[in-house]
Design a binder for this molecule. Sequence first.
Ligand SMILES: Nc1ncnc2c1ncn2[C@@H]1O[C@H](COP(=O)(O)OP(=O)(O)O)[C@@H](O)[C@H]1O
Ligand SMILES: [Mg+2]
Length: 314
Amino acid sequence: MKSEKILVLFVLLPIVTVETGVFDFFSGIFDNDKLRPFNSTDFEKDLRMSLYGQNIALNTILKAVTWLMKDPDPPKPLVLSLHGPTGVGKTYITKIIARNIYEMGENSKHVHTLIATYHFAHIIEFPKHEAQLKAWIYGNVSSFPRSIFIFDEMDKMNPHLIETIKPFLDYMLHVDRVSFNHAIFLFLSQAGANMINEVALDSWRKGKERDQMNTQRMETLLYQGIFNDKNSGFWHSSLIDEHLVDHFVPFLPLERKHLKQCVLAEMTSLNITHDYDVMDSVLKDMPFFPPEEEAFSLKGCKTLHNKLGLHMKL
Ligand SMILES: Nc1ncnc2c1ncn2[C@@H]1O[C@H](COP(=O)(O)OP(=O)(O)O)[C@@H](O)[C@H]1O
Ligand SMILES: [Mg+2]
């Protein structure tokens, strides 16, 4: 009996080794890249603790992701389009989502990121890219249905390639018995950032709390703003026409108080005692807009980490 098992192993091992590679065979046995048991309370706590000044985005993403994770048989994948100026938490929130879904968080092999200008820089190779993109999505979802796909700089993506993604986002039962409905697609872009900045500034001038901004109105404005943006091929595509995006999520420009939170969080993660003088000097080094009011940070919380290096007493 025992020797039969050994024999089977010896017969199978070379096949498995050739088919999947030795590494895949053993990583399959010792796989720690698993789903975490999803807990919406922990997810909400993590979002509220980690993400500053983005309550509209926070609430939409909390509900949308929780809704998908709790649905045993969702009718379509979750498709979120995140919009806003630079450095305000769009990429950051994708990491928060990932660490609440996978044991290995953003490092999980089930989180797939594609940067339009980096991966598909050569438009000329379009047909090749189209086939690659299809195989990439299909292959990843068939091996792990609850995969996350992040498309960064989505507004710069070739419209033809966007057409390629479309069938994966739609209501459908299965493609070759593979269900895509547990997957999450996150599109990140700065499209609509000017409109978001204007609305945020208007609200700031009226002395309104940013949390009180009307979420529904903001999403409608954003949707119209990007739909009518003639500079961006993507937004005219059927992705919008056919309502494949579940939510357009606005990220607002960050105020001084949020930057302070970012600096303090950075100090904590570097194991440095909070130094408020250093925090003030870092903030003085950051550009704000509009020039006369200096309401919002021009770069969000981006570059704060390196600025901190300049202002720390070494
Ligand atoms: N709203 C925010 N709350 C907390 N930290 C933030 C926020 N926005 C940005 N950060 C910090 O700044 C870094 C850069 O932000 P990122 O999410 O990459 O910007 P972008 O919106 O351009 O994708 C993040 O890794 C995070 O540390
Ligand atoms: Mg980003």
